[in-house]
Design a protein around this ligand. Sequence first.
Ligand SMILES: Cc1cc2nc3c(=O)[nH]c(=O)nc-3n(C[C@H](O)[C@H](O)[C@H](O)COP(=O)(O)OP(=O)(O)OC[C@H]3O[C@@H](n4cnc5c(N)ncnc54)[C@H](O)[C@@H]3O)c2cc1C
Length: 387
Amino acid sequence: MTISATVDYNALDDEAFRREVRTFVEAHYPQHLRYLQRRMRPAEISGWWRMLHEKGWIAPNWPREWGGMGLDAGKMVAYLEEMERFGVGRAPDQGITQVGPIVIKFGTQAQKEAYLPGTLSGEIIWCQGYSEPNAGSDLANLQTAAVPEGEHFVVNGQKIWTSLAHDATHIYLLVRTDREAKKQKGISFLLVDLKTPGITIRPIRNIAGHEEFCQVFFDNVRVPLDALVGKLNEGWTIAKALLGFERLNIGSPRRPQYALLRLEMLARAKGLLDDAGFLDRFTALKLDLEDLASLYSRYVEQVKRGEPLGPDVSSLKIWGMEAWQRLTDLLVEAGAEDGVIEGAHDVAGVEIDFLGPFYYARPSTIYGGSSEIQRNIISKYVLELPS
Ligand SMILES: Cc1cc2nc3c(=O)[nH]c(=O)nc-3n(C[C@H](O)[C@H](O)[C@H](O)COP(=O)(O)OP(=O)(O)OC[C@H]3O[C@@H](n4cnc5c(N)ncnc54)[C@H](O)[C@@H]3O)c2cc1C
């Protein structure tokens, strides 16, 4: 645990804290990694990770006793906003955002000591093994099974779309441990070392040519019984316990705003703002983003007041991700013949990539709960329409 993790940042006022984050980020974050249109790999981000870790800033959401910053909601929002403002890319951070808080809340003391320090330092890199070929939106349908046998669970099955599994050292898994129970009731949560014999990882190349996610196969994988987090068959409750802040973060306007900046650069370089048809669509999208920003700040205020987010927060993800896609559609269209050719293009002296942002935005209406599923939530729990 680092010394600086003991600093109580909540004692600062929000603006002073924001200035401190801004100064640090501007001084240290690598320029060439700003506003990336893809997930970052551990090797390219390791220097920045080390710097944040040494400062005690790698885990703003963790309690200070486990090496986090223990930020209150207002400071947490300031921290994230400052990172976004400077275009800080997304590191392989599932250990910090997902599994760390789960281990802190539900893990044993031995699990905390075994996993938390390495997760902070970046020696342990986690990936999320939830989805399966027939269990995505309907996650509770998952079939990968863990059967207790002596001192071990024997795990068999397949996960898919596991982001950056080929860069990870460990995976947190949802597995079926009771086939007789009702779907959600027979699921458990395991922490697994990816070096365990019987695990095969196959990267999947996406349309942009990046290998960001993988298939992960489990063939008679023997996992110690103490890999279980919480109680047997209570993994569903554990996995769902996290959803609060994550749902706010996924609806942040930052990615659509980066896309708008690019579109505006292109429009100026090509003189498109004089074209009434283009200007009409551009202005409508700009207003969409204004709406998104004000919706986002409404939820931010709610979190700052310590109020839980309700099902209506689904509208943030729908609006944000769909506006992002519309922006990148227009970027490709406005690029004309260059718009469909991969890589960066020189447009009147300005370097612009058209397809990168377009591809990056495509899966956003699928991951983190698809738009259709978010609409179902609003229809059922907010509008109370008959299903
Ligand atoms: C970039 C990316 C990264 C990912 N990373 C991970 C990861 O690290 N770990 C992990 O476990 N998973 C990951 N996923 C998987 C993600 O969680 C699933 O893709 C998602 O849950 C949807 O599941 P699915 O792909 O099986 O689609 P399906 O659930 O089969 O859905 C197919 C289509 O049907 C629609 N649909 C499904 N059910 C309904 C319904 N009831 N009503 C209306 N429409 C419906 C969906 O909206 C979608 O359009 C990732 C996905 C992407 C795109």
